[in-house]
Design a protein around this ligand. Structure first.
Ligand code: AOF
Ligand code: ZN
Length: 360
């Protein structure tokens, strides 16, 4: 079902701050009086005001209708801001239209019930489909404690990720690069394996027109055995090196760059990715983009850890010297993406879709 016109305004406000409020959900709210939008609010970065509080600030909302994409919050221990449900009552709002209830246990269902008990008309479900889609990372994080994982890669027409022996390590062009950087700017973390760091020495920052954006994702390097060159660009403050079986000298050199460590058990198959994701969830990483290389992506797919795929396809044939996206190891069982979207980024194409391993 289509969102109402007013809820659509709230959804657009929420979309404009997607990811930037993490680990809080990105929410939009609109105050409507006499059929007109009086004010629009969106969640501020973590610790700042919520969407409803922002929309209600400084306006006369007595008798007004408040449209909000998420159930207004209730008090709980450790809460940083004033509960929105209370602010709504105090403002004299007479009706609240909500897209989705908040899966956060102390709030779920209780925000709506509290408002009703105070005599406010509460309608639930307007725009639910669009908001469920927009809040997928937050919904998964709240339901499972794990980050929402986007697997991102670029392939040639023959499914190869590069042909270093032929001097080809980069496949896509500027529009695809700019598009990928827009995603880096809203997620909480970028994950790569040490092989990718050794091969490409990526910076893993989010850049716009070549300059780093203000809010940078955590740069996570999966390096069980401590192979990363301490001079790698990815290290430094804002980097997290995940290791299990590495030498103290190497750790000292890496720590000197300002990078942090996450130590996990190093088993026969290396680091258990579920353990890694669980640990990242505990670090309040709500969403991450896994950018490779092939062995990290294959392990994520094998384990059923990928929620969304961003496949950039470049109009090249790399032939025999190309490295295949999916190594011929066991690899994932065949599956098709769902709810596929295609974005032309000439001369490349982005194919996006959900794996269905987790569904909201
Ligand atoms: C809302 N509107 O815009 C958001 C909500 O510590 P606090 O005060 O920031 O509260 C965080 C919780 O509030 C968060 O875990 C989630 O349940 C809810 N987020 N609620 O009414 C908003 N961002
Ligand atoms: Zn709130």
């Amino acid at each position: 079902m289509q969102a109402s016109t007013f809820m659509q305004v709230a959804i657009d406000a929420a979309r404009a701050v997607r990811g930037r409020t993490s680990p809080n959900p990105w929410v939009g709210a609109v105050v409507v009086r006499d059929g007109k939008v009086v004010s629009i609010g969106a969640t501020a970065p973590y610790g700042g005001p919520h969407a409803e509080a922002a929309a209600l600030a400084g306006v006369d909302a007595r008798g007004a209708t408040l449209y909000t994409t998420l159930e207004p919050c209730m008090p709980f221990e450790g809460k940083r801001t004033r509960p929105c449900a209370e602010a709504i009552i105090e403002a004299g709002v007479s009706r609240v239209v909500i897209s989705l209830s908040d899966p956060h246990a102390p709030v779920r269902g209780q925000g709506a019930a509290f408002l009703r008990a105070q005599g406010i008309q509460v309608d639930l479900g307007d725009g639910a489909e669009a908001v469920t889609e927009l809040l997928r990372p937050y919904l998964k994080f709240r339901q499972t404690g794990l980050p929402y994982v986007i697997a991102k890669f670029a392939v040639s027409l023959d499914g190869k990720v590069g042909a270093p022996s032929a001097g080809i390590t980069w496949l896509t062009s500027e529009p695809a690069l700019a598009r990928a950087h827009r995603d880096r700017a809203w997620v909480d973390a970028i994950l790569v394996g040490s092989g990718t760091v050794l091969a490409d020495d990526p910076a893993l920052t989010a850049r716009e027109a070549g300059s780093p954006v203000a809010r940078q994702p955590l740069r996570v390097v999966l390096d069980g055995r401590g192979r990363t060159d301490p001079a790698s660009r990815v290290l430094g403050t804002g980097a997290l090196v995940v290791t299990g079986n590495s030498s103290p000298q190497w750790r000292r050199a890496v720590a000197a760059t300002g990078a942090e460590f996450l130590e996990l058990e190093y088993g026969e198959a290396g680091i258990d990715l579920r353990e890694l994701l669980r640990a990242l969830g505990q670090w309040d990483i709500v969403s991450l983009i896994a950018e490779g290389g092939p062995s990290v992506l294959a392990s994520l797919f094998d384990g059923g850890h990928v929620d969304e795929v961003h496949a950039y396809v470049a109009p090249l044939i790399l032939g025999q010297s190309g490295i295949p996206l999916v190594p011929s190891r066991p690899g994932p069982a065949p599956f098709a993406l769902r709810e596929v979207a295609i974005e032309p980024l000439p001369p490349d194409v982005l194919i996006r879709g959900y794996t269905g391993d987790w569904s909201p």
